[in-house]
Design a protein around this ligand. Structure first.
Ligand code: ACM
Ligand code: ZN
Length: 760
């Protein structure tokens, strides 16, 4: 009998080996979730001595499985038929079929790679103790089932920046192990930065002696003023022997490494070692703080000679198809005043410095193509014309991906809004310092790598998605793990699992389930599953606060007077009516204790709460907040995390907000807030103006308002009316415009972020 698999945890009954009592067996909710599964009746009894046989083509998977199973004391592997790994040429390249029956376990695949992914699935059917070799050797009932699986995308990646902070080889291997467990196949190793060059290049010893070390490092956040430094030399690099070891280690786990050698920007460390690579030739230091730096590679022949030499050594170490050449955030100020660069522009008939960047990247592409390799670069490589064979990594939203795919170029999706795991993942105050932003697990999980704007053919250029871990604020491996997990679990499922099989509540159960495995692997994951979430919602003029938690079988308790909830606080059952300002706290409890951190929201019940509101322009789909209604829901956004549900983000657009209070009433003041985070391209609007009227016929007279002093990263604008009888309120917001030279993101459109509009 076959039972249909539902996307949630599958429960099924079978008779236990020793008696007639039915037992409930819980199949794990795998991560990533397979394409198709069904449960059969019965189970396979796995004992201490395991018979394993494998097709001769499956050497890597067989070795991996054998090592995994025999790591625990008393467990042993011999030739036999408990687990049979067999070849099936009909299956997809990376696919596999896993069948567990009372007779044994059969894993079929076309390739060793496919078999390896089947092994990773089998791994999740076994207790977590296997992960660290502490399994006690008891006989195990593996539930009978059939799985047929294959990935949605061919590119399933994670990135790690080792330039801002350096991580030892053992950690790089641990990171690759995690990727492999999650069926990811690409490790994007960001090896060169302004703050440090991390790969040994034998022809250029000063890259090791000078570029790999900075004299000191910024303390705290970049936006803390004045900047302070730790006065401690910092650095390191991977020797070529270590790189070879890592590449071989990754290959044994079917992980391809894409090395990134940044050009023409983010090159300050290299220029510090060899000042002649820059435009000015002047000595500079390896960067000691974060950001975008003006000293970039000069577009003269000597630079290309250097880069070709560097790439020759890189190519010898990394056998993969792709070399990442960076291409992002290269200010053109030095090129504008450099005689070498200007001569190049004239001689090549280029229109401007953007075309010079395109010339630069295309010239490197030609070189790498001549060696049989392909380039991949950040989406700035579209500016001034895309190199003919380049693959684009879209990070500034998805528009770069759309443009590239429409031009017939391959793309990898890593937009900041959904794929930057250096952003905060929780609104808790106690989170470790992060660069900014807010990217909780659910938002990562919601990402679909294929933009809706693409036709089917264009969509076929989307290779897959990648999570990025920039390490300005991550000085330790533990912190990298904290930011990576559990968001990497969501990324693995974005890349592997078909959209029809994706389901957030079911995924969360999988996350809760896999935590014991991560514990066994000594991975320092973040656990925000026992947190309360909530929204103030309004309908027909009545407002109520709705609370939720992600995990089943838990109780929420709350207070409305700002005190911490405890076991005697009321249990949340239905939305809490809101008719006045209140300070709401809530937390998740089991029978005995509080489990998660305390949710805290100040509800500011003002005249516009729950009234009618409309926007002239929708916010960016990447930062929709909770829509127009979120602007008058009585709740402020976070002072430090602009990506939360209260902040609406507009990229380069002007917009108007229109509020209808339902009836004429006295209005003394209208105020709202904007976020300022120039490092994240978020600027205060150029102008904010207010108007009001009692009737629709009245001619509006807009009055501009000025920004009040900053609170954290926010600035309030207030319009004092002097006491008016108004029904219709209007706010006009004019975007800042283009980010000026010398600032991060110069030349790009600025973002504006707005939160609550308070009417008193
Ligand atoms: C990037 O985040 N500068 C690619
Ligand atoms: Zn130059």
């Amino acid at each position: 009998m076959k039972l249909n698999y539902s996307s949630a945890i599958l429960l099924f009954l079978f008779l236990s080996a020793c008696g007639a009592d039915p037992e409930v067996v819980v199949l794990p909710r795998f991560i990533p979730q397979p394409a198709a599964m069904s449960a059969d009746e019965g189970y396979f009894l796995l004992r201490k001595k395991i018979g394993l046989s494998a097709d001769e083509n499956f050497e890597i998977s067989r070795t991996f499985l054998s090592d995994f199973l025999s790591a625990s004391p008393g467990m042993s592997i011999e030739e036999g038929n408990d687990i049979v790994m067999e070849k099936d040429p009909e299956l997809p390249e990376e696919g596999y079929r896993l069948e567990v029956s009372p007779e044994g376990i059969v894993l079929a695949a076309k390739t060793d790679r496919g078999a390896f992914y089947g092994v990773q699935t089998l791994r999740q059917l076994l207790p977590a103790d296997f992960e660290n070799g502490s399994f006690d050797g008891r006989s195990l009932k593996i539930p009978a089932l059939s799985i047929a699986d294959a990935p949605r995308f061919a590119y399933r990646g994670m990135h790690l920046d080792v330039g801002r902070h350096f991580f030892p080889v053992d950690f790089i291997k641990k990171y690759i192990d995690a990727l492999a467990m999650l069926k990811m196949n690409t490790f994007h190793w960001h090896l060169t930065e302004d703050q440090g060059w991390r790969i040994e290049i034998k022809k250029y010893p000063k890259l090791q002696e000078v570029a790999a070390y900075r004299p000191e490092t910024l303390i705290g956040h970049y936006s803390d003023q004045p900047h302070q430094f730790d006065k401690t030399r910092y650095g390191g690099y991977y020797t070529q022997e270590e790189v070879k070891e890592v590449v071989a280690y990754a290959a044994e786990r079917f992980v391809t490494i894409i090395p990134e050698i940044e050009m023409p920007g983010h090159a300050q460390a290299a220029i510090a070692a060899y000042p002649e690579l820059g435009c000015t030739g002047q000595p500079i230091e390896v960067a000691t703080k974060w950001g975008v730096f003006e000293d970039i590679y000069c577009a003269k022949d000597e630079t290309f000679d250097f880069l070709e030499d560097v790439l020759d050594e890189v190519l010898a170490l990394f056998p993969g198809e792709y070399i990442h050449i960076g291409g992002d955030e290269a200010p053109k100020t030095r090129w504008e005043s450099c005689s070498n660069c200007q001569r190049r522009i004239r001689e090549e008939g280029l229109a401007n410095e953007h075309e010079l960047q395109s010339y630069f990247i295309t010239r490197i592409e030609k070189y790498l193509n001549s060696k049989g390799r392909q380039i991949i670069g950040w989406d700035e490589i579209l500016e001034g014309g895309l190199a003919p064979n380049a693959t684009v990594m879209s990070w500034r939203g998805v528009s770069g991906a759309i443009e590239a795919a429409k031009q017939g170029h391959k793309v990898v999706m890593t937009p900041t809004s959904h794929c930057y795991f250096d952003y905060y993942q929780s609104e808790n105050e106690g989170e470790p310092l992060a660069i900014g932003g807010y990217l909780p697990l659910e938002k990562v999980y919601s990402f679909d790598p294929v933009p809706a704007e693409l036709t089917e053919t264009e969509a076929s250029y989307v290779l897959g998605a990648q999570g990025n871990i920039w390490t300005e604020y991550l000085p330790s491996a533990e912190l990298v793990e904290y930011m990576a997990f559990p968001r990497i679990l969501a990324m693995s499922e974005i890349d592997w699992t078909a959209p029809e099989q994706k389901d957030y509540p079911s995924f969360v159960k999988g996350v809760e389930g896999i935590f014991s495995r991560l514990d066994a692997l000594n991975i320092n994951y973040a656990n925000h599953l026992y947190e309360v979430e909530g929204d103030l919602t309004s309908s027909a003029g009545n407002s109520a606060f709705e609370l939720r938690t992600l995990t089943d079988g838990k109780i929420i308790r709350y207070t409305t007077d700002g005190t911490d909830p405890d076991l005697s606080s009321p249990v949340y059952q239905t939305p809490i009516p809101v008719t006045e300002s209140m300070e709401l706290t809530a937390a998740v409890f089991n029978e005995k204790e509080r489990l998660g951190s305390i949710f805290h929201r100040q509800v500011n019940y003002h005249k516009a709460v729950g009234k009618k509101i409309s926007l002239s322009e929708d916010p960016s789909p990447a930062y929709p907040g909770s829509g127009a209604e979120g602007l008058i829901n009585g709740m402020n956004g976070s002072d430090t995390r602009y990506g939360d549900k209260e902040w609406l983000g507009y990229w380069g657009k002007d917009f108007e907000v229109n509020i209808d209070l339902g009836e004429v009433m006295p209005v003394d003041a209208i105020q709202t807030r904007f976020y300022e985070g120039q490092g994240q391209w978020i600027y205060l609007p150029g102008e904010v103006s207010f108007a009001g009227a009692a009737t629709l016929e009245e001619v509006l007279s807009y009055q501009a308002a000025s920004f009040e002093p900053a609170t954290a990263n926010t600035r309030t604008v207030m319009h004092q009316t002097g006491g008016k009888e108004w029904r219709y309120l209007h706010i006009r917001v004019k975007n800042y415009g283009v980010i000026p030279e010398g600032k991060q993101g110069a030349g790009n459109k600025a973002w504006a972020f707005i939160d609550e509009i308070i009417v008193n």
